[in-house]
Design a protein around this ligand. Structure first.
Ligand code: C5P
Length: 222
């Protein structure tokens, strides 16, 4: 039988979104990418030039999250990711977005067997009682290279343009490290593995190997 709740956490570009989608399909779970919630707030703040220290405004907006469009393609950009990470240190924002995620998790869907959430603090704060907790890691260099490959696949970067590629690699790597630093050092809900999480270091694993190993862990736990 399928598990009722899976938590997937890890740093930027570690592959947790891809893994969560794949497990959602395999075990028939409804899936929420909690990073998108922070991105939606960051996106709106950038659009309206709201400073990231305007806590009152940001908390207000976070409590009205359902009025925002989570499928907006602009949410995927690196600038929005940086904005999201700056905003995510505000406790009131986190409380409001957690309320949204809990609501999502507790809403029954007739066709699903449970829920899978991915983010930074799902196993530690959002759902400490999750049946299975997975924590993905990979070296920053490997994560930057995977992110670059994504840009090539999307046609945003030419594989043969070595100079552009090198410059982009350096920028992406620096961005990732900066975001990791902010996400792990904030005082509210910092990024870390829960004590009972299964940690998968994917530095030397293919996407298929990660999914296979995660499925094995889930099936063993349930
Ligand atoms: O996962 P993603 O890269 O889309 O998340 C964007 C940012 O949102 C992260 O760098 C992090 O600062 C924040 N975030 C968070 N807690 C979560 C999910 C995302 O603080 N559960």
């Amino acid at each position: 039988s399928a598990p009722a709740f899976i938590a997937v956490d890890g740093p930027a570009a570690c592959g947790k979104g891809t893994l969560a989608k794949s497990l959602a399909l395999k075990f028939n779970l409804k899936h929420l990418d909690t990073g998108l919630l922070y991105r939606a707030i960051g996106y709106k703040a950038l659009q309206l030039s709201i400073p990231f220290d305007n806590k009152e405004w940001l908390v207000q907006l976070s409590s009205r999250l359902s009025s925002l469009d989570l499928s907006e393609p602009g949410l995927r950009s690196d600038d929005v990711a940086t904005a999201a990470s700056k905003i995510s240190i505000i406790p009131g924002v986190r409380e409001a977005l957690n309320a949204y995620s809990r609501q999502f998790s507790s809403t029954m869907h007739p066709n699903s067997q449970g829920t899978i959430l991915d983010g930074r603090d799902v196993g530690t704060v959002l759902c400490p009682d999750a049946h299975v907790k997975l924590f993905l890691t990979a070296s920053a260099e490997v994560r930057a290279r995977r992110r670059l490959q994504e840009l090539v696949l999307k046609g945003m970067l030419k594989e043969g343009d070595v100079d552009a590629r090198d410059a982009m690699y350096e920028r992406v790597l620096e961005d990732l490290k900066e975001r990791d630093q902010r996400d792990t050092s904030r005082s509210t809900a910092p990024l870390r593995a829960a004590e009972d999480a299964h940690t998968l270091d994917t530095t030397h694993m293919s996407a298929v190997e990660v999914v296979t190993e995660a499925e094995r862990i889930v099936m063993k736990a349930c």
